[in-house]
Structure formats: C-alpha cells, structure tokens
Design a protein around this ligand. Structure first.
Ligand code: HEC
Length: 220
C-alpha cells in the first residue's frame, strides 16, 4: 500500500514538473490574435460551461417577461454589451474583432443557457477572457433586466431594437466617467467642479520658473 502511495506522489510530482518545464519553454501561445479553435480553447470552453452550470444552480429569476424589465434591459444592453456582442442590426465595435475568445452573438447562443446562468455570467464575468464582471458597477436588479432583454434577443428585429433603445436613460454618460456616479476623486476622471484633482499641483513648478521660463504666462 505504502509503495502505491509513493508511486502516485512521484508520478504527480513528475507530471507537475513536466507542465512547469513546458511553461518555461514559452511554447504556449498567449497572444490574443484570433485563430483557429485549439484543444486548449475547447478544454477551457468545457471548463467554463460546467463551472457556470455548477455556480448558477439554484438561482431563481424574477418575472423576466414584464415589458418594463425588457425595456430597461435594452438600454443597459446597448450601453454595456453591444460594443462587444453587437445587437439586432448592429455590428460589434472594432475592439471586439481582436478578442480571443471572441464575444459570441448572444441572439444565437443565449438560448443555450438558463436565465440563472445568463445572470451569473453577466454578474461575475468570465475569467481570462474579455467578458467583464458587471457586479462591481451594476445592481442585481439592473442585471436581471439585462437578462430579461437578452432572453428576447433571438426573436428581436432590428426595428424593435432601435425602438427599444431610442433615447437614453443617462446610463451612457455614466459610462464615460463624467463624474456623476462615484467618479469624484478617482484618478483620471474629469471632475469639472474641481479641476485641480487631476495630476500633481502645478503651482510649485510655476513659482520655480520651470513652467514660466519656457512658456511665459501671457502666451498661454
Ligand atoms: C469587452 C467586451 C465584452 C463586453 C462589454 C461584454 N462581453 Fe459578454 N463576453 C465577452 C467575451 C469575450 C465572451 C466569451 C467568453 C468565453 O467564451 O470565455 C463573452 C461571453 C458572454 C456570455 C456567454 C455566452 C456564450 O454563449 O458563451 C454572455 C451570456 C455574455 N457575455 C453576456 C454579456 C452581457 C449581458 C454584457 C453586458 C452587460 C456583456 N456580455 C458585455 C466580451 C464582452
């Protein structure tokens, strides 16, 4: 019995060593340039499917057929998801062309998932892919609204989508970091009320003559 245990441990250690050596050779390709599906990608797809199914088990959805849910969800979808996934009659934006794995057309794939699974993916994102976790920025209510909309995607015409997303609910302006939602004081976020929040204070440089020497104030 003891020798069996030792054999197993030595074999596992040898396998771990081989995996480490393989990694050290740098052979494994981490470039995101889209390419033909590989064994590693199919394996990761398999891991993702089963992980999502296991983690989303027991999640119960609210009533997703309510028209208000779908209408709110359409606005969120246009603001948060369309750039990568596209929408009815709308192509994904340029950034989506350089993703590997690519962001699938949800009108085609959403029906493969239960509503709880769609919610879980949207809320938690997918690790080591470009799919973000929206839990950090959006409430569960908003994310269920997105799911309510995604559920309708497969049968939605470009006209219906255009009608549902016409006008705005102000979400887009928040996405651009105008400081109206939690942006105050964050680095790099423009806060019109307090422009001095951005970058280091410039006055000391001015008084030392660094700025004024090369750019006399009356030229600015
Ligand atoms: C920056 C790009 C990007 C944005 C924005 C984005 N996604 Fe994704 N999404 C992806 C990528 C890439 C995948 C594929 C991940 C994988 O297969 O491992 C994905 C996968 C998914 C999946 C799984 C689909 C399937 O059939 O495998 C769902 C559902 C999803 N996203 C929903 C959303 C929703 C809803 C939003 C908006 C709230 C959103 N995504 C925003 C990039 C994005």
């Amino acid at each position: 019995m003891k020798s069996v245990v030792i054999t197993v441990i030595v074999t596992l250690a040898a396998l771990a060593g081989l995996a480490w050596l393989f990694a050290a050779t740098g052979t494994f390709q981490v470039s995101a340039i889209p390419r033909e599906p590989s064994t590693a990608a199919s394996f990761l797809g398999y891991v993702m499917d089963h992980s999502v199914q296991a983690h989303a088990k027991g999640l119960s959805a609210p009533d997703l057929d309510r028209p208000e849910m779908v209408a709110e969800g359409a606005h969120h979808y246009r603001a948060l998801c369309q750039q990568c996934h596209g929408g009815p009659g709308v192509k994904p934006e340029e950034l989506a062309k350089g993703l590997d794995p690519e962001a699938p057309d949800l009108a085609k794939t959403a029906d493969d998932w239960s509503s709880g699974e769609l919610f879980w993916i949207t809320r938690n994102g997918i690790r080591m892919s470009a799919m973000p976790a929206w839990k950090t920025t959006d409430t569960d209510q908003e994310l269920w609204e997105v799911v309510a909309f995604v559920r309708k995607l497969s049968k939605m015409s470009p006209e219906d989508y255009a009608r549902l997303t016409a006008g705005g609910n102000g979400e887009e302006s928040d996405e651009q970091g105008d400081g109206s939602e939690g942006g105050k004081g964050e680095p790099g976020v423009l806060n019109p009320e307090s422009p001095s929040d951005i970058g280091p204070p410039l006055e000391p440089a001015g008084t030392k003559g660094i700025v004024t020497a090369s750019y006399p104030i009356h030229h600015l």
